[in-house]
Design a protein around this ligand. Structure first.
Ligand code: KIV
Ligand code: ZN
Length: 511
């Protein structure tokens, strides 16, 4: 990274421990409730992902929670298993009974929490913390201590608190930004102040209320923290916690710091957690969102096709994801061509122009073309793989319709050097056109229109219409074909001609 030189080597750690709290703070996401079985599945995946510490739950809260922690411990994963406890004997004994190796103890230290929630003094908070450490130590637990609401705590008292906790025998201290009010500068400074006072490792636990959880976590590491609390997909109380995938990738790619994460498992883990928790991943979520490696604008797709690093900070495959080129109004010919090629289509220049025109017109009407729609457009424009010379083309269409007149359609079609023109009446312009085209085709192939479905795929009177027809020939072959146009009559005629072309092709190859 060009800016790496801004840091001296000694300011940054070589390794950072990821303490994953998806199963504890992540489960506090409104609307999420996990069964012990769900938690076990997620824990196994976190282990596969290479997470070093898994906070499996808060055992005092329910029997299910206690059982979940116990089952995860029994699983014998590589990761160290931690469990949460308030600074009370009851909570600590519950954690000890699960067999968890690490206890995550906490007590609030900010005046807001001390006065309005716990209704105790600062001195009493320290006293309770030290008593809790004594009890936890008697069970042989590794102790990580959090001063809840640390970032709203008087800094001198916070430092005094952590010093006392270290002296009492805690192994790690954690600095939680409980309500997500720190800025990166503040977080870096708070960690620096604590770093100067204690020798044991420091962790940071950042919430995303202001959208700064990841930035604050990274700033905490710049300040001297060597452990980061994270959750998959940034789940967590209220707006969530720092997201594991963003922190791990940023540490590796931007800072060159190792976390032991198996990056190829990132995308998969994110999807597993989303499906178990029912919390969908926003499309624009960094690293794992559907758009994280999607390119739409012509300039970007062109750049990415010639060299992905032009518009991608990392190779999507690095995190087990895939690059996507999206067809929309900003798409360029290059991007759409590359996307089509990837899907197995190689349109001629003329066909590509027509496809791009349709995609852009749809984009102007606010419609993003999905892969399936792009395939349909390409197939219809490219006559389902039948070369331009070999397919029947529409040369002319005139429809006359209105009140008190019989709708009439005049159509001219061409096949190779020959062309045919004819007219038909109908109950409406579409009916007249279908009859006219079927009659003209009669000289080449007798087709029967089995079904006709018209759909507006964009809104308004200028909507793009998609017509899907099912047509069959006398020998019992039947195909589905589509036609696209802003003119619904034209869309219908294109669809039926595409169907006829496909039937002729099938007849030729005798299928
Ligand atoms: O956000 C927080 O303060 C917590 C504590 C339990 C550490 O989750
Ligand atoms: Zn939290």
């Amino acid at each position: 990274m060009a800016w790496r030189g801004y840091f001296t080597e000694s300011e940054l750690p070589e390794k950072v421990v990821l303490f994953d709290t998806t199963l504890r703070d992540g489960e506090q996401t409104p609307g999420v409730a996990l069964t012990p079985e769900d938690k076990l599945k997620i824990a196994r995946q976190l282990d596969l992902l290479g997470v070093q510490v898994i906070e499996a739950g808060f055992p005092i809260t329910s029997q299910g929670e206690e059982e979940a922690v116990r089952r995860i411990v029994k699983e014998g994963l590589k990761a160290e298993i931690a469990a949460l406890a308030r600074s009370s004997r009851q909570d600590i004994e519950k954690v000890a009974s699960t067999g968890a190796q690490r206890i995550h103890l906490f007590i609030a230290t900010s005046d807001i929490h001390l006065k309005k929630k716990l209704k105790i003094s600062r001195e009493e908070a320290i006293k309770r913390a030290l008593e809790a450490i004594d009890i936890a130590k008697s069970y042989g637990l590794k102790i990580e201590f959090s001063a809840e609401d640390a970032t709203r705590t008087n800094i001198d008292f916070l430092v005094e608190f952590y010093k006392a906790v270290e002296e009492a025998g805690a192994d790690i201290v954690d600095i939680p930004d409980t309500v997500g009010v720190a800025t990166p500068f503040a977080m870096r400074e708070i960690v620096r102040r604590v770093r100067k006072a204690v020798r044991i490792p420091i962790a940071v636990h950042c919430h995303n209320d202001m959208g700064l959880a990841v930035a604050n976590t990274l700033a905490g590491i710049e300040g001297g923290a060597t452990e980061a609390h994270v959750t998959v997909n940034g789940l967590g109380e209220r707006a969530g916690n720092a997201s594991l995938e963003e922190v791990a990738v940023a540490l590796k790619v931007l800072y060159g710091i190792d976390t032991g994460i198996v990056f190829k498992e990132i995308y998969n883990t994110s999807r597993i957690v989303s499906s178990i928790t029912g919390i969908t991943i926003p499309v624009n979520k960094p690293i794992v969102g559907e758009n994280a490696f999607s390119h739409e604008s012509g300039i970007h797709t062109h750049g990415v096709i010639s060299s992905p690093e032009t518009y991608e900070p990392i190779d999507p495959e690095f995190v087990g994801a895939k690059r996507r080129l999206v067809a929309g109004k900003h798409a360029g010919t290059h991007g759409i061509y590359a996307q089509l090629k990837e899907m197995g289509y190689t349109p001629s220049e003329e066909e590509l122009k027509k496809i791009v025109k349709i995609v852009k017109e749809m984009g102007d009407q606010g419609k993003k073309v999905t892969d399936a729609e792009l395939a349909s457009i390409a197939e219809s424009v490219m006559g389902y793989g039948i070369s331009e010379k070999e397919r029947i083309e529409l040369e002319e269409l005139i429809v006359v319709t209105g009140l008190n007149i019989t709708p009439t359609a005049t159509i001219k079609i061409r096949w190779g050097e020959q062309s045919w023109r004819g007219a038909e009446f109908g109950v409406g312009p579409i009916d007249a056109s279908m009859k006219a085209v079927s009659r003209l085709l009669g000289d080449l192939i007798k087709i029967k229109l089995e079904s006709f479905r018209l759909e507006a795929i964009t809104g308004g009177t200028e909507a793009f219409a998609e017509v899907t027809v099912r047509v069959s020939d006398e020998e019992g072959r039947s195909v589905t074909a589509k036609g696209f146009s802003k003119d619904i009559v034209l869309a219908g005629v294109y669809a039926i001609l595409n169907g006829a072309n496909r039937l002729i092709q099938m007849r030729r190859v005798k299928c």
